[in-house]
Design a protein around this ligand. Structure first.
Ligand code: TA6
Length: 275
């Protein structure tokens, strides 16, 4: 783990998965991120909470080869490439995940994946994929953020009004969003043509989570609700009340092709606003 404390915030980052687990600005009482108390910290398992990285595919294996859901970056060790104290108020860390023989059975294309993290007044992430091979390859990806909330009742997600979405709980049926998103049962949706600015309004913690992502066109909203929570061993039964996943990335038909020598970055800036 990398533990950061500076004039702006405290943060905890796992080198396993390249995963930010905690980010708490100094002027806020609650963490931005939810981290399950029942999470596995075991080889091959993803840590439940924080911001897991779904890469080089989002969701089930697109080739149907029974490779792990959400790819393999979230359950491998990354390396620390650089740490930098920019000022009393900002710390930067770069993590790197390289191709290796270990991956060849599930992913043959050579790559370098870098996660640049800035811990300051906001949390900034930049996930860069470089194709270091001779053939083009395609990825889907997401920053699978688990946001901590006071209680799911009353929480609203803004910025996806009038968007179309694929409802994963209704065989991927395409539907239209009417107004702000509220959650009163299980939700698992892929929104297309998402806005670059999304907001989670939390009336219990009296705060808003602002998500800015200049490059995205898809966003995923997930809450497992009670039954699915109960069936997930790494979540306690009522955990669904304490988080909502609002994930930015390139998902479903939003496939990114990276030519040999080319690169692509997915960026997001997460900040907390008091109400
Ligand atoms: O992002 C939503 C989702 O893909 C859901 O379908 C749900 O299964 C969730 O992610 C968690 O996936 P995981 O593989 O981490 O259990």
């Amino acid at each position: 783990m990398i533990k950061i404390g500076n004039g702006s915030a405290n943060s905890l980052i796992s080198v396993y998965g390249g995963q930010v687990l905690s980010f708490q600005p100094k002027d806020h009482d609650e963490d931005l991120l939810f981290l399950s108390e029942q999470s596995d910290y075991a080889d091959g398992k993803a840590i439940r909470g924080g911001i897991p990285l779904c890469w080089p595919w989002f969701g089930p294996d697109p080739m149907g080869l029974e490779r792990p859901d959400h790819g393999f970056a979230r359950n491998r060790f990354w390396q620390i490439a650089k740490t930098e104290a920019i000022s009393d108020a900002e710390t930067r860390v770069s993590l790197i995940f390289n191709e290796s023989v270990e991956h060849e059975t599930i992913w043959q294309q050579p790559f370098t994946l870098t996660l640049d993290i800035s811990v300051g007044p906001s949390l900034q992430l930049k996930l860069t994929t470089v194709n270091t091979g001779d053939e083009p390859f395609s990825i889907t990806q997401a920053l699978h953020s688990y946001f901590r909330i006071g209680h799911i009742d009353g929480v609203k997600v803004l910025g996806l009004e009038d968007c179309e979405y694929f409802d994963k709980l209704d065989q991927g049926a395409c539907k239209s969003q009417n107004g702000a998103i509220t959650v009163s049962s299980e939700v698992d949706r892929i929104y297309t043509k998402a806005a670059k600015d999304l907001m989670v309004v939390d009336p219990v913690f009296n705060r808003r989570i602002h998500i800015k992502s200049p490059d995205i066109s898809t966003a995923v909203v997930w809450n497992p609700w009670s039954e699915t929570s109960r069936n997930m061993p790494d979540l306690y039964d009522t955990a669904y009340q304490q988080f909502i996943c609002v994930e930015v990335g390139n998902v479903a038909s939003d496939v990114i092709e990276i030519p040999p020598g080319g690169q692509h970055s997915l960026q997001a800036d997460f900040s907390l606003w008091s109400d």
